[in-house]
Design a protein around this ligand. Structure first.
Ligand SMILES: [Zn+2]
Length: 198
């Protein structure tokens, strides 16, 4: 490599990012090198701050910079309603649609026995504990209709059956195999409004 070590180091680190091979990592590093110093330092500082401050909300496991996330802290939200999502990106899509006023529970994954991902790996015990401890009236399963999403939803219906809570899932406005993270606002709105009791 013809580059000095600090540049090679950056290229090496960038090329570990998803979707960036060595060529595009090199292009990106050379681009950054040409940018004004304060802009690059701001980027570095934001990476550092993100890593140091962003944690999981103690209640819903959404990303948060404080022990409880903004949604869990909002007194306007209906704490009797919990929407179960696969990850913070799915939560963010539903929030962006602006049609849900309850709280969330972020699983951080879906069941995948083949990859060793069982209920304990995806915050299902925490969900059961929340339902037991908090006065929750309804649990809305908002998992993507993929094979793994469906399997996770069926499992949840089975284990939540004995708890005195209504279980619903999004209506079929979301096509089979589609990822909720990429669903548009109107589709999400219809799916939530038309949710069905299980
Ligand atoms: Zn939260």
């Amino acid at each position: 490599m013809v580059f000095p070590e600090p540049l090679t180091r950056l290229i090496r680190n960038l090329s570990r990012l998803p979707g960036l091979g060595e060529k595009s990592a090199t292009r990106l590093a050379l681009y950054l090198l040409r940018r004004p110093q304060e802009e690059v330092l701001e980027l570095a500082e934001s990476l550092k701050e993100m890593r140091e401050k962003v944690r999981l909300c103690q209640k819903c496991f959404n990303f948060s910079a404080s022990p409880l996330c903004d949604i869990c802290q909002d007194p306007q939200r209906d704490s009797r309603l919990i929407c179960v999502v696969e990850d913070p990106a799915a939560l963010s899509s539903i929030e962006a649609a602006g049609v849900f006023s309850g709280l969330y529970h972020v699983l951080h994954g879906v069941l995948s026995p083949r990859d060793g991902i069982g209920p304990k790996e995806i915050r299902i015990p925490d969900l059961i504990e929340r339902i037991r401890k908090e006065a929750i009236k309804e649990v809305i399963l908002a998992l993507s209709p993929t094979v793994a999403g469906e399997a996770t939803a069926s499992y949840l219906v089975e284990i939540l059956r004995d708890l005195s809570v209504r279980i619903t899932r999004l209506a079929c406005g979301i096509p089979m195999g589609m990822d909720i993270r990429y669903a548009d606002k109107l589709t999400l709105k219809r799916a939530l409004e038309g949710r069905q009791i299980l």
